[in-house]
Design a protein around this ligand. Sequence first.
Ligand code: HAM
Length: 445
Amino acid sequence: MSPRVQSVIGMNDVLPAEAARWRALEAAFHATCARYGFGEVRTPFCEYTELFVKGIGEGTDVVSKEMYTFEDRGGRSLTLRPEGTASAVRAYLEHAAGSEPVARWYYCGPMFRGEKPAKGRYRQFSQVGAEVYGDAGFSVDAELIDLAASFLRALGIPKFEVRINSLGSGDTRTRYEEALRAYFTPLRDKLSEDSQRRLEKNPLRIIDSKAPEDQALRPGAPDLIKFLGDDDKKHFDGVCEVLTKLGTPFVVDPTIVRGLDYYTRTIFELKDASGSLGAQDTLAAGGRYDNLVAQLGGKPTPAVGFAMGIERLLLAAPAPKAERAQSVAVIGIGNEAAVCAEALSIARELRSAGIVTHVDTRFGKPDRQFKYADRVGAQAGIVLGSSEVAAGTVVLKDLDVRSDFGAGGDRSQRKELDAKAQRTVPRGEVLAAVRALLGTAAEPK
Ligand code: HAM
């Protein structure tokens, strides 16, 4: 046997049972966003590299270390999107800027970052996110935080914390970075290796470093909130007041600085508080980025948004109760084309009436087909062979009764019960009989 090719490190398959949870989560996000008046945007999985370099910032870990960048056949540099915000702004500028005063968009899809894989941290991961363009007020910041918190509650995530902070606007960030350099430079030797490197280029990241030696030095570091100008302070107080009135609990956390360069003013994270996610406990993160639209070539336009990692949400959400949809198995006895075709035609009729219908298309021995029906959890079996096809009938079996009895039971008892649980039905009445047996009101679609 030749060696098997494995999946790419940090990129995972989602198998059918898990995919059902993904679909439910995505459907819940579509529904939540629709209720908040957001429209969906779908952008390509890759963009010209310069979009992310300009948008996210050259000094960030994402751009300097984690992007999947390659040349296309024309020698242009492309990058698999590491996040959705820069792409959404690009699309906004290309199609929507100027056409409506406020655009409310959301998205859902895979992102790519070459990070060290761990539980909750992958190289291909998926985000759901929302962005608002054209609203500079503090209310929309609070509304987005409230949307994210409502969504986590709707998913049944039991314990999470909303943490907020403000990076201010104008030169607040630069002044704060200078103050951080002044504080940390004399302590350089005590910093982690990563933070020693960050000191010049990105001292903000020392503040949210997880290294114990960096955390030990943090209490003496300057406090970002103290650097805010009056307008920034007013904006931040507004966010806090609206959240309080909305009854969305939050804490002001001066250690939140965010890892992407585009943020201004409000920044926030929603963290899992159950302890089950380990170090990757940030479920949702976002903030205001009032300069990015102009930085990417548009008119100055205020903007704010957030994104959440689907894998982390699924790790934090309770496992769903195992529930099987009601379903039917069509069992064709004898591998003749006429029987197989009739079985498939019955299955098609039931499926188009909205009934989940299984067919073991190998059409093997009856026992094997009944086992298949058991495994997929079918409640009803429709059995037919060449004599039923000739007579224009089928045998309808209540498989729930049959399986209550169990496969290992006494043969005579089993026969008796089987007889009670089955009857002959004319072909034209199969749908009505199945509906009556399942007790479903499924109507033809
Ligand atoms: P971010 O903090 O880089 O922000 O990512 C947002 C969320 O995506 C994280 O909180 C986490 O749940 C998930 N996430 C990030 N990286 C990974 C990974 N490697 N594996 C699994 N999940 C991950 C952004 O992406 C910004 N674009 C958010 C935003 C939108 N800001 C304004 N608008």
